[in-house]
Design a protein around this ligand. Structure first.
Ligand code: 5GP
Length: 236
């Protein structure tokens, strides 16, 4: 597999073309950002930890029947993925109240959300990723009716798989964000699943072991990611 030009540079990953038009290389950088790119820092080892963490989770999801773009890990910081036609949408599921849900609705952090909440957001930093619903998505052509149904079904199925996986490792899956795209007419999970895009709390102490450590200036960000990886048995 030959790496070609950079296609796109995101806040924490760079995406490269390859000699295969249907495959891309994701390069997980050490950059960490929050508040739509307003706070940015380089954190040693984060690229490597997230690449390996993502590979582990994507493989678990694939084994459980979720179609993902993940093909294989290429190096410490790089993975090969299928090239999807991405929907400009973020799918969020919440099992415990935190983050923007608390701010938006005045809900107390930490209360159980049952049944879990599903929310759509438009992927647009300038607009601060506003919340949208199925009607916005279809009226503005961001995805079709069947795509919307598939994104909901798959995102909620991921919840059942990962809630258990994390709980077995002594972790609560508080919430997470997924992004999907189309590959040969199929809705497929893209982007990444790492502690950058989910909230994970220790089941006993409720200590935060995810990107909220960075957002809230709690320190020990990569150490927390490594702790989560080690509990899951991810080799770093
Ligand atoms: P919230 O809406 O509370 O800010 O985020 C809900 C969940 O989705 C959290 O786990 C958060 O990390 C994730 N999330 C939401 N938007 C983004 C985003 O733009 N980038 C990343 N990395 N994660 C996000």
């Amino acid at each position: 597999m030959e790496k070609r030009d950079e296609l796109y540079s995101g806040k924490a990953k760079s995406v490269y073309l390859t000699d295969d038009a249907q495959k891309l290389i994701l390069f997980f950088r050490n950059d960490t950002s929050a508040f739509d790119g307003e706070k940015v820092e380089k954190l040693a080892r984060k690229g490597k930890v997230n690449n390996k963490f993502n590979a582990f989770i994507m493989e678990k999801l694939e084994q459980a029947g979720i179609p993902t773009h993940f093909e294989k890990k290429l190096s410490d910081e790089e993975s090969l993925v299928k090239k999807l036609d991405m929907f400009p949408i973020e799918c969020v599921v919440r099992n415990i109240a935190a983050g923007s849900l608390c701010k938006r609705l005045g809900i107390k952090e930490g209360i159980d959300v049952s049944p879990p909440l599903f929310e759509f957001f438009l992927k647009n930093d300038e607009l601060h990723d506003p919340m949208i619903n199925d009607y916005h998505i279809q009226s503005f052509g961001w995805a079709g009716e069947d795509d919307v149904a598939q994104m909901k079904t798959l995102t909620l199925k991921v919840n059942e798989i990962l809630k258990k996986l994390f709980l077995d490792a002594g972790l609560l899956l508080v919430d997470y964000k997924l992004e999907f795209g189309r590959f040969n007419d199929q809705v497929v999970l893209g982007d990444e699943f790492t502690p950058d895009g989910c909230r994970l709390w220790d089941v006993t102490t409720r200590e935060k072991l995810d990107k909220d450590r960075f957002r809230q200036g709690l320190g020990g960000v990569v150490e927390a990611y490594e702790e989560v990886a080690s509990r899951l048995g991810v080799e770093i």
